[in-house]
Design a protein around this ligand. Sequence first.
Ligand code: GDP
Length: 369
Amino acid sequence: MDDKIICIGCGAILQSTCPEEAGYIPASRLKNVQDGEDNDVYCQRCFRLRHYNEIMPVDTNNDDFLALLNSMAEKKALIVNVVDLFDFTNSLLSSITRFIGNNDFILVGNKFDLFPQNLRQSKIKDWMRQEANRVGLFPKKIFLVSAKKQKNLEKLISYLDIESRNQDVYFVGMTNVGKSTLLNAIIDQMGDIQDLITTSRFPGTTLDKIEIPLENGHLLVDTPGIMTENQLATHLSAKELAIISPQKPLKPATYQLKPGNTLFLAGLGRIDFLKGEPASFTVYAARELYIHRTKTEKADEFYSKHVGELLSPPSNEDKLPELKGKKFHTSSKSDLLFGGIGFVTVPNDCLVKVYTPSQIGLGIRRALI
Ligand code: GDP
């Protein structure tokens, strides 16, 4: 018998010896396949991708996605926008405003575990509410959770428990905000859900959804993750993404800067200090992220010489748009936001120029800390 059976997802030859390599499936499953008991098999990676709904991220302008939103608007439902607290502005789905109709809408801010521990939750929620209101979203509730560490989930779960008694609950979110991790954590903590995942289509679209039947007869519905060019995650390889994504609570690192100084956040961010008193700039980002201070007059040359090497990520293979800057004059102690990477706290009355690739994820807020 020909033992070269391939995964119907990626085409890799199925194997059960090396979990890290392409085509891996557990030995028992491989045996079933070889014995002809299983046909049409996905390797473990493709299987997970399908089940975690990452296989078909959709574009926000995608017609199918708009049809999906329409289908949500037509029924009574609770809409839950899961957002990444470290890429908040990008993960806020401003496009859904007109589809919410009379439905309730809530925000779940994920990756809360990364914030320094002494931070008041109310400050974060105030900022989220302001930003949401600015784009026309009026969340009825805001929850801060850590899906990965399974923290702060109780309040969210009891809220969903009550709200799902007379309606289905739709989870929507950009890719990489942690929506799959969150749903898995919810399922895990709710406990009494069995045989939960069924994949089917949203009527009138080619998009898959995952339905989680609740005991009360209603559903939690996972919708496909949405992608935009406005996320660093869309542009970086998995390896680079792992370097910029903080794993532990952010520890501040302080740099003394004078006007005429520039700070690089690896090759993905840059701050030129243009005017102000000499000051401390405090970086909140992954510990692995390389930070470099230099003179602004030398910064362009330094960047073009070292990007992809000393200033990495990005790697030389990544095709990122060029760094593009925007000036800010702080009128209070402020956080300069680098979506997907972290933030840098700067004092009042500083004139700075802040750069990210094509201004992706760039922003400012009143300092949280
Ligand atoms: P999805 O695309 O929205 O379904 O996102 P995933 O659930 O696949 O998660 C995206 C990335 O975020 C993964 O690397 C996760 O490990 C990470 N992640 C998810 N939830 C959390 C969290 O609560 N805290 C932290 N620090 N990382 C998280």
